[in-house]
Design a binder for this molecule. Structure first.
Ligand code: ADE
Length: 238
């Protein structure tokens, strides 16, 4: 998978050099390129923002540098992501969808956002354009959101996570939260690992884990059950 990132803070993305994504990059499974938006400006101050049309507080990112940056990276098969608190919610399902794309382009806005014509124009060139939000809160810019979306997406690309089985039983994969995990020792600071996990009965363990998933999801994220967990789990809602 090829990923291009356009940002005024390329140094944010140095974390992509470490851990599983770093290894995937070294091995050629992931080809990530980070571009400095200011390299596409032509004035002495490398200006990327201007005052908002119609007035108001803050600054808006100018369309011209974005146009030139995207001219350099977009192809008709690109999927373009604009991280934005005004976007649709980024979910595990969305990460799975994006993980099958051959080329992702993340456009990281700052200030009050990017001139909306850039989003519109990108739609006339790329295969797909998405405005996606990490959640209902406001970050200082798209960089941290893009990092989260890149990690959630790239780890689903075959070959990035060593053991693909570890991707199956995770929170959100089946619309529910993951069951709690334990390891050795069986007793730690007076706290016991649940006996069922030490008994070796695989059917009992599976049933216990399923019940833990239901209980946790009901207690912490009842909205997930309402939204489409499997039928047998939805019936148990309070
Ligand atoms: N930029 C600022 N806040 C954001 C959010 N919550 N999600 C995505 N991008 C953002």
């Amino acid at each position: 998978m090829r990923i291009d990132v356009v940002t005024i803070f390329p140094e944010f993305f140095s974390v992509l050099d470490v851990s599983l994504l770093g290894r995937a990059r070294t091995q050629g499974v992931l080809d990530v390129r980070v571009h400095d938006l200011r390299d596409f400006t032509h004035d002495r101050h490398r200006t990327v923002d201007d005052t908002p049309a119609g007035g108001g507080a803050g600054m808006v990112m100018k369309p011209e540098p974005w146009g030139e940056a995207l001219d350099a990276v977009l192809t008709p098969s690109s999927t373009v992501v604009f991280p934005s608190p005004a976007g649709a919610l980024f979910t595990q399902g969305r990460a799975r969808e994006l993980s099958s794309r051959e080329h992702l382009v993340f456009c990281c806005g700052r200030y009050e956002g990017i001139d909306q014509r850039v989003v519109e124009w990108a739609g006339s060139v790329a295969a797909e354009v998405l405005e996606l939000s990490l959640g209902d809160y406001v970050l200082n810019g798209g960089e941290v959101a893009a990092m989260a979306m890149i990690e959630a997406t790239a780890r689903l690309v075959p070959g990035v996570v060593g053991n693909p089985e570890s991707l199956v039983e995770e929170s959100h994969e089946d619309g529910m939260l993951e069951y709690p995990s334990y390891t050795k020792p069986a007793t730690w600071r007076g706290l016991e690992t649940p006996a069922v996990l030490l008994g070796g009965n695989h059917a009992e363990i599976a049933a216990w884990r399923r019940e833990q998933q239901r209980e946790r999801t009901r207690r912490i994220r009842p909205d997930l059950l309402a939204a489409g967990a499997p039928e047998e789990d939805r019936k148990d809602q309070p």
